[in-house]
Design a binder for this molecule. Structure first.
Ligand SMILES: [Zn+2]
Length: 361
């Protein structure tokens, strides 16, 4: 992957200090904040909003590659014989991608290693919303896995001074892995971002001038952008009005930043659920309706299949990823292959193992 010299001429001539956007931001957030928002909602008085007209694509810096000897061709199972669409699905939960390895922080090398091991075992990346929608795009014999990233930290998507994507950021790692393996590993992941582009200390992915271009890039290559609320609020202790403000405004802000895109997925911060899941499905704040199709929990282990009667689309279990848990679950599913979801490749049929019927569940 060469660094595209055109990237050097990224259109900073299009940089606009958006007085107009400032005004409109105040219109759709500010007015409400001042007049209607719950008392515990932070004021947004110091708004600085700089944006860049996105180029058609961003380029990626070189980064580390993988050698053929550690990347054998995965063996897909027979078309139907081994299909098991009642098996478990891992929804992996990442936060920062940086050194050193610690809680809420996976190193770039370990993320690459995670991808490598998943690939070698026949896993296949999908977005979170694909699980909710019944995993219709997984090739036969493949095992779906979801990579999710919470908090929109800069280490998930960092632009370097030469205007290339940092190959050690999560997006750089995923894209380089995709460029290495092509259709065997499409660029799929779900980024649950804070729907807050107006407070620079928690700007989405930490570089306000790149916010729009980054979000557009994710969507353009096929990844998913979901909401992680506006201000990383624990919804289990928030008022009803605050909950609806967080869920409506974050969705609206993200959709403003990605024209034509619909946010469908949610990740409640701290795994804190409101007292009824009804808030997660739909609601309204200040004239902004919202609907979410699914929500992830912060823990719980591998999720049950979306075809399992126990599947709860507003409380889908995740695996908080560290080396111990990654080792544990990869080994477990190596030793118990009948426990994992294996696609039959047919988007219209759910295939259960021979010895098991849905009725018995
Ligand atoms: Zn979070």
């Amino acid at each position: 992957m060469k660094i595209n010299s055109e990237a050097q001429t990224f259109s900073f001539n299009h940089i606009i200090l958006l007085t107009l956007v400032l005004t409109s931001s105040l219109f759709f957030i500010g007015c409400g904040v001042v007049d209607v928002v719950p008392a515990d909602t932070p004021a947004k008085s110091n708004i600085v909003f700089v944006t860049v007209t996105p180029e058609p694509s961003l380029t990626l810096s070189e980064g580390k590659r993988f050698t053929e000897e550690v990347a054998p061709e995965p063996t897909a199972g027979p078309y139907f014989a081994d299909a098991n669409e009642l098996g478990k699905v891992m929804v992996l939960e990442y936060h920062r991608i940086a050194y050193p390895e610690e809680r809420y922080q996976r190193t770039p090398d370990n993320l690459r290693y995670d991808l490598q091991r998943l690939y070698e075992r026949g896993y296949y990346p999908v977005n979170f919303i694909d699980v909710v929608n019944g995993l219709t795009s997984v090739p036969p014999g493949k095992k779906p896995v979801v990579l999710t990233f919470d908090d929109s930290d800069i280490s998930q998507f960092r632009m370097l001074p030469d205007n290339t994507i940092d190959a050690d950021s999560a997006v750089g790692i995923i894209m380089n892995f995709h460029y290495q393996y092509g259709d065997e590993w499409p660029p799929r992941a779900t980024f649950f971002v804070l729907g807050n582009d107006v407070q620079d200390h928690i700007a989405i992915f930490g570089q306000p001038e790149w916010t729009k271009a980054k979000l557009q890039f994710l969507v353009d290559v096929g990844m998913e952008v979901g909401s992680h609320t506006v201000n990383h609020t624990d919804l289990s202790v928030a008022t009803a009005e605050r909950i609806e403000w967080e869920l409506a405004v974050s969705k609206h802000v993200i959709e403003q930043l990605i024209p034509g895109y619909t946010v469908q997925s949610l990740s409640v911060p701290y795994g804190g659920f409101p007292y009824t899941h009804d808030f997660l499905k739909a609601g309204n704040w200040g004239g902004y309706d919202y609907h979410y199709a699914g929500n992830v929990a912060a823990w719980g282990g591998p999720s049950v299949s979306p075809f399992d009667p126990a599947f709860e689309r507003y409380k889908v279990s995740r695996l908080e990823i560290n080396t111990t848990w990654m080792d544990h679950w990869l080994t477990y599913f190596d030793q118990n292959p009948d426990k994992y979801y294996i696609s039959d490749g047919d988007p219209n049929r759910m295939t259960a193992p021979q010895q098991q019927t849905v009725a018995e569940n």
